[in-house]
Design a protein around this ligand. Structure first.
Ligand code: SER
Length: 602
């Protein structure tokens, strides 16, 4: 593809009356249930639920997305952790007719895809919505044959799924025949993997409440999503995403560094390429994520460590700064679309290098541990031979020891086996695999928990806590220090968590004053108002804003009487009286120079 698909997409939808919105941070704001944005629509949830978007009812963008659920699948030809999603939205504006005709026009007129290689699925119907005959007829009206339209149940054509909460609805999905050797069959068989899904239009009409009910939304929305990496491969006629111009410069650099060919070492090279892009986009995000043992920081740590392990496996010298050449290529690819990546280039390099040095050290310790295990066998043998000169000690590393090497020292089983083999030792891999599977199941449950429900959080509780957060920040500025600013915010329906710059532990008196300030504001029953302004105007009237460079042309400012004015996308309580009573339950250090408060409304 000569032109970048992102530019083609945005130009097309702007020509259809859409406003381009900037990509949000890779980390969702105010959504603790989700570590990363996993879809383009995620930052738009409040608007899909009915809040008014300052830029209107037709929006489009490209969004940084990250799906941890794919981590173990990375290494095949099309799964990625980090990817970009193109999307266009109707917020109670157009519905199926326009969505389908524009999708068709974009596929066949802009991307010039051959209609003979396209097929479509529509929803087969359930208790909430009948079979989507309308969408099927709309595709037919574009010249698509009935044979190429399949009706599928909710497992396939309901987004995100019948189980997840939040805005949702049936969808229609678009498929492209990727086999260049065989012509596309006349009749569409969705189970044939050579039909590759490239885009979907979700007709978002419901809100799935935690009570289990599906209620009609105030408005009928359209939410679409097209993966940049996959569609680029389709357009280039390739069945391996890594062969496209997106990935080739990175793969070539890895080939150079390892002095090996991609065709002989696909898996490690794909993992390195995929993870390096994810690392650049996470460490280069303005959210300021650094490797740690929790949440996003832990994912970043795992990604860097996996890169190093796979780099070693293809004999890249990891004692050098091998990563810098790869980082340069990725920054270059993204800098015109996400300016923060260029700005944070040095940070990305530092983050990688520090973590690499730490990991190399851990690996060294792991190798020492390995030596100890082997010495143990030898000592045992020597000891037994004192009584029985023919005694032979079984030189086998137990599954538990291998698992310990994995967990504590980050030794993948392949590495343990390899070193063991060199030293004439066996490894109980089947027991290791069992322990590993149990461990994975546990961590999968943990991460699924984090990835679930991320779309739902616009509840009354979080809206109240959100307003409390604004008031609390105002109280901190008034009673602790005028230059206090938000460094992070995380709200669950149960509590708020707020990180802010501060050079000391808050005194009891300070905490009390802030609590009283918020509770007095609650008693004063102040209305919370909201207005749409240009960012310049918002700053002029003194609104606080944390992520200025990410705003579009118009921002929403929430005002709580004379107490607080902040740029924010909401949602908020309508009046402070809805907050009842505010209490700080914890004040602690978060990182150097940053304090963290947890507070509740009771
Ligand atoms: N939300 C849908 C998806 O992620 C369409 O944008 O596929």
């Amino acid at each position: 593809m000569k032109e970048n698909i992102k530019d083609l997409y945005i130009n097309f939808f702007v020509s259809k009356g859409h406003k381009q919105i900037p990509s949000s941070s890779v980390v969702p704001e105010n959504d603790p249930t989700c570590l990363f944005n996993t879809a383009g629509m995620q930052p738009l949830v409040p608007y899909l639920l009915g809040a008014k978007h300052p830029l209107g009812t037709r929006l489009c963008d490209f969004q940084k997305c990250f799906r941890l659920t794919d981590l173990d699948e990375v290494g095949d030809n099309y799964h990625h952790t980090f990817f970009e999603m193109l999307g266009n939205w109707s917020l109670g504006d157009y519905f199926k007719k326009e969505a389908i005709s524009w999708s068709f026009e974009f596929l066949t007129k802009v991307l010039n895809l051959d209609i003979n290689r396209l097929a479509f699925t529509v929803f087969a119907g359930n208790e909430y919505v009948p079979a989507d005959e309308e969408s099927a007829s709309l595709w037919e009206a574009q010249g698509v044959s009935r044979d190429r339209i399949a009706f599928l149940p909710a497992e396939d054509n309901w987004w995100p799924s019948m189980e997840q909460f939040g805005p949702c609805g049936s969808d229609t999905e678009m498929f492209y025949w990727i086999d260049n050797e065989t012509p596309a069959p006349k009749v569409f068989d969705p189970s044939d993997k050579r039909w590759m899904e490239i885009w979907n239009n979700v007709f978002m009409q419901f809100n799935h409440l935690e009570s289990g009910e599906f209620v009609q939304l105030k408005q009928k929305n359209v939410d679409t999503g097209m993966g940049v990496e996959r569609t680029t491969a389709v357009l280039d006629g390739l069945d391996d995403n890594y062969l496209t111009e997106i990935w080739q410069p990175i793969i070539k650099e890895i080939e150079k560094l390892s002095n090996k060919n991609y065709s002989d070492h696909k898996k490690p090279m794909r993992v390195i390429a995929d993870h390096m892009r994810a690392i650049v986009m996470i460490a280069g995000d303005d959210a300021g994520i650094v490797p740690s043992n929790t949440d996003q920081g832990y994912i970043l740590r795992r990604l860097i460590r996996r890169v190093i392990r796979f780099a070693k496996s293809i004999e890249i010298d990891t004692s050098t700064n091998f990563e810098n050449g790869i980082i340069d290529i990725i920054v270059d690819q993204f800098k015109n679309y996400y300016p923060e990546i260029l700005k944070n280039e040095q940070t990305i390099k530092n983050v990688f290098m520090e973590e690499k040095n730490k990991f190399n050290k851990t690996l060294e310790n792991g190798l020492k541990e390995f030596d100890k295990i082997i010495n143990g066998f030898e000592r045992k043998q020597e000891f037994l031979r004192r009584t029985d000169p023919n005694a032979v000690v079984e030189r086998k590393i137990t599954g538990k020891t291998a698992f310990n090497l994995y967990e504590t020292y980050g030794f993948p089983i392949e590495m343990t086996e390899e070193i063991a083999r060199e030293r004439g030792i066996d490894v109980d891999t089947s027991n290791f695999k069992q322990l590993f599977a149990e461990h994975q199941e546990k961590s999968k449950q943990g991460s699924e928990q984090k990835f679930k429900g991320g779309l739902s959080d616009a509840s009354v509780e979080t809206a109240r806590l959100h307003t409390a957060t604004h008031l609390m920040q105002a109280g901190l500025q008034k009673y602790v220090s005028a230059d206090i600013r938000q460094k992070g915010s995380n709200i669950t329906p149960e509590r708020l968590r707020f990180d802010f710059n501060c050079d000391h532990k808050l005194t009891e008196e300070e905490i009390k004053k802030v609590e009283d300030f918020v509770n007095e504001a609650i008693k004063a029953e102040i209305p919370v108002t909201c207005e749409e302004l240009t960012p310049a105007k918002a700053h002029e009237i003194g609104a606080l804003g944390v992520f200025d460079d990410r705003y579009g042309d118009i921002v929403t400012v929430y005002t709580i009487g004379s107490l607080s004015k902040e740029i924010c996308c909401g949602p908020h309580a309508k009046n402070t009286k809805e907050l009842h009573h505010f209490k700080i339950i914890k004040e602690e250090s978060s990182s150097s120079g940053v304090r963290r408060i947890k507070a509740i409304l009771d």
